[in-house]
Design a protein around this ligand. Sequence first.
Ligand SMILES: [Zn+2]
Ligand SMILES: [Zn+2]
Ligand SMILES: [Zn+2]
Length: 288
Amino acid sequence: MNLKFLGGGSAEGIPALFCRCGLCREAREKNKYFTRSQLLVNNDLLIDFPPDSYYRAVCAGVDLADIKHILITHSHSDHFYPEDFFMRGLASSYGLDAEPLCIYGSEAVASALSRLANAVPYEEYRHKPKETFYGTTIYPQSATYKKVRPFEIFSAGEYTVAALPSEHMQSEPSYVYAVSHKGKSFFYATDTAPLSEKVYDFLQYGGYKFDCVICDGTYGNLDFDEGHMNFADCAETLKILLSRGLLSRNCKSFITHVSHNAALSLAQLESSIPECFSLAYDGLTVAL
Ligand SMILES: [Zn+2]
Ligand SMILES: [Zn+2]
Ligand SMILES: [Zn+2]
């Protein structure tokens, strides 16, 4: 299984959209970016769909038409930007597979999608053949949605996925995901504050042995953990997973969703992450 971090930053990113702090200036000068968090798995599954998806995919040479499944952690705009699904249909996309793209998430994700559908007469146009424009008969396909419940295990093509409740927000169910594929598995845990015992119990009962763990490190070395984790929480999460026998011998660990508030410089950011972790900078690839 191959993982590629298309983005490893928090909602404002590094550099942040409108920021001139030292870290953001340095990131611009050195072209070292952490755009809004997103993970590509092999070439056909994404976790989250932030506003940077289009540009990060172009930069990384990723053909988004290959994507068959998207797991959405929650509906915050740095994780789900449904507006771009307009481009999957009408006169914007041709030559897609017969199976439509499937988006998995809570009902909040469904309502964001349906708000979009109500905004334009999408149904009326989405299966219009390209021959209308160029004389061929390739039908554009739209996206479909599947509701996911807390502690649900489901199949997304060849992937087996467990959706586990994150500790991020009260207004909707939000998820971290355990993903397994052909004998390998990883745990994607952002956005979340330290996880509940129930999540660890579920994973232990399920006999998971993760080959990779990805943690929310939004707060860096700051003494906060409301809705997110700091670096000490990431270390503690790994310790709990290890103590419960949930890590494979060569498990790789990454910190994602980093914020410009996490450090004063790139060097300080790099040097302050806990032992065993690496930073998920944009474009980082990992083979499991
Ligand atoms: Zn976020
Ligand atoms: Zn900044
Ligand atoms: Zn969030």
